[in-house]
Structure formats: C-alpha cells, structure tokens
Design a binder for this molecule. Sequence first.
Ligand code: GLN
Length: 485
Amino acid sequence: MKLYELTIHELRRLLAQGETTAAEVTASIYERIKKLEPKVAAYLSLSEEIAMEEARGWDKRGFGDKTKPLAGVPLAVKDVICTMGIRTSCGSNILANFVPPYDATVTLKLKQAGGILLGKTNMDEFAMGSSNENSAFGPTRNPWNLKYIPGGSSGGSAAAVAADECIAALGSDTGGSIRQPASHCGVVGFKPTYGRVSRYGLVAFASSLDQIGPISKDVTDAALLLQVIAGYDERDSTSVPKEVPDYTESLVQGLKGITFGIPREYFVEGLEPEVEKAVREAIKTLEELGGKAIEVSLPHTEYGVAAYYIIAPAEASSNLARYDGVKYGHRDREGKTLLEMYRRSRSEGFGAEVKRRIMLGTYVLSAGYYDAYYKKALQVRTLIREDFLEVFKKCQVLVAPVAPSAAFSLGSKVDDPLQMYLSDVFTLPASLAGIPGISVPCGFTSEGLPIGLQILAPHFEEGLALQVAYNLEQNTDFHRRRPPL
Ligand code: GLN
C-alpha cells in the first residue's frame, strides 16, 4: 500500500509503530498532488513549506500523546474555512487575495489535535452550487472520470480524498455540499447536526443551515475527525452546549434492534434506476445484518427544493452584503463615488450564480414579497422538520439515496440552474430540518461512477448514522476501490 492511500487510523498506527514518519507521508502526498493536480484540480492553494515543517516537528516529538489524535496526519480544508495566514478565497474573485488574520475554530481544533494542513480545496463560489463549476478558479474534476463533475460545493475536498491527494478533509454542507460530492466521488461525507460543530470562521453562506463536517476514506475516519471538531464554542451562538459522545463507540458490528425508515418520497420518478438498484441492495445488506426496514412517508419532501432556494438565497443576500470593497476583498479603483465603488467592486468580484442568489434573496425579502415567499418558506421548513420528528418515532434512522443520479458530465447543467437545483432534492430536507446525514459508498454505475447511500438520524444522534454506515461499509468493499488515475 502506498503511503498516500492510508486512512487516518491506518496512518496513526504506522506512525505509532515507527513504521513511517509524518515527513515521509506528507512528502508522498505532495508528490501525488503534483502529479495529479493538472488533471483533478482539487486544490486552490498549497502550504507545503509549513506542512513539511510541521511534519518534521511531529516526527521529533513523537506520536504517543493521546490528546493529539491527529498528530502527523496531513489534511485538506475547504477554502470556505478560515486559515490564519493562508488565503481563504471561497472560490470567489472577491476574496481572491483574502488572507484571514485568524483561524476558524475547526482549523484551530485540527491544529491542536496535531493535524497538518496540506492546502485549501476548490469549491463552488461561496459554496453555492452542486458541481464545482461555479468556482471562479475553474472546476475540479471527478477522479473517477475527468469529464465528470465531482459534485459540489465541497467538490475539491471530496476529489482530493478520492484521489488520495490528502488523508482526509473538511467540507461544509448547507444543502448537501458534503454528502453529494462524497457520493459522487465514492468517499464518506458526514454533515453533523446543525449546532454540533462551531461555525466560527466558516465564511457564511446561509447561517441557519451551514455546518462543517468530515470527508474521509472510511467511516472510522469520519468518526475520528468529527470527534476532534465537534463541541460547543462560545464564539458561535448557534453551537450547542451538549456533551460530545465517543463516536468510535458507535463503530460496532451488527444492527440488531435498529429499525430503518425507507422514505417513499425518495424513491420517485427522476431517480436513476442504477442508483435505486444500488440503494436497494444496500438496504438488503442492512437487513441481513439484523436491521429492520419499514416504509415511511415524509410528505413535505417535494417542497424542500422550493423552500431551500428561498431561505438560502435570502440569508446569502444578507450575509454577502459585507463584501463592499471597503474592509476586505476586491475593491474597484475606478469608481468616482462611494456607491459606484460598491457597485463596481461587487459586479467585478461576484460570479453569475452568486449574483443570481443575491437577487433572488433580496427579492424574497423585499417588503411586498416577504409574506408570500420568505415567510411561507419558513413555514414549509417547519413542516419538513416535523415530518422528520414524526417519522423518528417509528424508526431510528432513515436510509435513502444521496442524489437522484451519479455524477453528471461537466457543462451539462451549467446553463440550467433549475436542473442544477433539482439535483439537491434528497439532501435539502435534512439541512432544512438540521438533522445529521452521512453519505457512504454503496455501489457503482455501469460507467464506473460511484453511488452513495444517505443515512439520516435524529438531531445529535450522529452515532447512529455512523453505526449504520460502518456496518454497511464493513460488509461491502466499495470504499476500497480506487479511481483509475
Ligand atoms: N447545492 C446547494 C446550493 O447550491 C447546496 C450547497 C451547499 O450545501 N453549500 O445551494
């Protein structure tokens, strides 16, 4: 096995036994990155010098400290998460030169745990998108087929993990941006409960939905990373002061006594037959492992896309008002008046999709339309949340597809935003409800593109989602396959 192929837990074992060094592993990953980046384009920036220095530091200090569970582990971080002294562009021209003066809480936690930051990964501009094609710096490509999108908006992180250009990564999920790219790239992606992980230092898209989570090569690594980043943070008023359980305890074999809900509304027209087949196979495997499947209904599912694409742009239009060229970000030098400077800075700095969201958002929040759109969408959001609360009285977890299709080809949906939005149909409801959801590999299409299974759990029951995902993973070998790069 190559060093860059290792998972966190495998690498940690080898480091502890002295069979490799952090410097060796880090160097092997940078070599891999240099070889593959011309094809994959998963990274927007690399911090090789600092990383190598850190790695050598860990090799000197050793790997015995139990409070440093990531010591010597090279990781990638989505470019929407602030990293002190390292550019954080959000995939946008408006932040193309922004170097944060502070670390996000999760960045700090990774560092404190001993993690080594390899670089920042590509993404749809301000995390708005499902294909990575909205990045101002060009799209990342799917390692399984370079003509296909990796998913979005955390496409860079997912592709980097799939291509072994990092050991694991962080992404962010507002409406599916961790789960969908993980599914399309054949890796594990876990969006925790809203409030489980601090958003401090995560550049805001839609603050009532944004959540950071792990993207990894297997479920064990997802548990290990979540363990490090989860927990209350006084710097984020929406982070929840709730004890963080030991997630590795969830990684147990067997599913006796677990009832899965199979939501009828997630198996409808538009779901590609190959995806449905792989998901149904996975459900069969889970049943063989002792779980019991029941059909359930989440009746407001069909309104999820509409509600999300009102609420998220509304919040975005407000959050993105801060980019005015004054304190940071791109500033136009030609404008003669203050207003002209604002207008020109924003017109030049933002891409088409971001502008579309800002316009949609300001429209639905405007005096005459607020009640008809924004308020209605919030009411629908409550109904969607209640659907989940109701259904979780009958089952512990829900099992469903992540996306209606496998990855689509580059360029095939860029001119049709509605088609693009519809690809989020199965990930948006969990985001609106704030519940945790994991994507775990469950098959491949006949073309060789990965398919993910989505497991949703009640608020703060991350452990249950991990347990079910782990059982599927340990009884299949999809996560062991490597893309033909
Ligand atoms: N694809 C969705 C959007 O464009 C979700 C993005 C996300 O989760 N950040 O808004």
